[in-house]
Design a binder for this molecule. Structure first.
Ligand code: PGA
Length: 255
């Protein structure tokens, strides 16, 4: 049985003061929703403050990125050892990291392995770009990204995968529920071949890309889609709470 999962990726938004304010607005609303694993991923500089505010609540914390070494002369980088005192999850391989900061499949693979060895749970993002989608290469791309990211990693159950088509991120043009469900089913098959069927059956696979309170139902009403990775809409307390509430309600019904 896969527990539904909704994560909010705040990206490079909110100062520490604004992050505290947003948590203040969200905390009670989110805390009382049951049956969904709820994760917030604020910027690094707010992790300490947010960690303190979330203590004793049912909301978990994640980071948005991480370096693949644990310590040393890597000016400006953040290591898994620093993160694991503060959070349970770390987003890895987000398309903004891949395309704006040159993260290759090889780098993502190093990050995934070092996160797992250091007891951080990766939220591994994969997804095709518009031209690849239009050329019918979606499966080829996600197959390559998933296989490369997990190369040499022992099969584990504490990995979450997010299918995020690049053309749907921050564009207001979400994939359709059917498109997302089909690719997610494909990713699960890839995981089954790579690791094994029972692990693949237990891993959560999310959809991400322009998820809002108005379209979340379309995604999570598919049994293959275990939840969402939400960007822009996770910066609004009411809207994000509504996304989590609908997930709890719909997944509770189709169980
Ligand atoms: P978006 O971002 O919801 O703003 O499209 C999703 C993501 O990048 O995870």
């Amino acid at each position: 049985m896969r527990i539904p999962f909704v994560a909010g990726n705040w990206k490079m938004n909110t100062t520490v003061t604004e992050a505290e304010q947003l948590i203040f607005e969200m905390l009670e609303k989110l805390d009382r929703i049951e049956g969904v694993e709820k994760v917030l991923c604020p910027p690094f500089v707010s992790l300490v403050a947010v960690n303190m505010m979330l203590r004793g609540s049912s909301i978990k914390l994640g980071a948005q990125n991480m370096y693949f070494e644990t310590a040393g002369a890597y000016t400006g980088e953040i290591s898994p050892l620093m993160l694991r005192e503060l959070c349970e999850f770390v987003i890895l391989g987000h398309s903004e990291r891949r395309w704006y900061f040159g993260e290759t499949d090889e780098i993502v693979n190093k990050k995934v392995k070092v996160a797992l060895t250091n007891k951080l749970k990766p939220i591994l993002c994969v997804g095709e770009r518009l031209a690849e989608n239009e050329a019918g290469k979606t499966e080829e791309v996600v197959n390559r990204q998933v296989t490369a990211a997990l190369n040499g990693a022992e099969p584990v159950s504490n990995l979450v995968v997010a299918y995020e088509p690049v053309w749907a991120i921050g564009t207001g043009k979400a994939a359709s529920g059917e498109q997302a469900a089909a690719t997610i089913q494909f990713i699960r098959d890839v995981l089954a071949k790579l690791w094994n069927k029972s692990i693949a059956q237990n891993l959560r696979i999310l959809y991400g890309g322009s998820v809002t309170r108005a379209n979340i139902a379309e995604f999570i009403s598919h049994p293959e889609i275990d939840g969402a990775l939400v960007g822009g809409a996770s910066l609004k307390a009411e809207e994000f709470a509504s996304i989590v509430e609908q997930t709890a309600e719909i997944k509770g019904r189709i169980k």
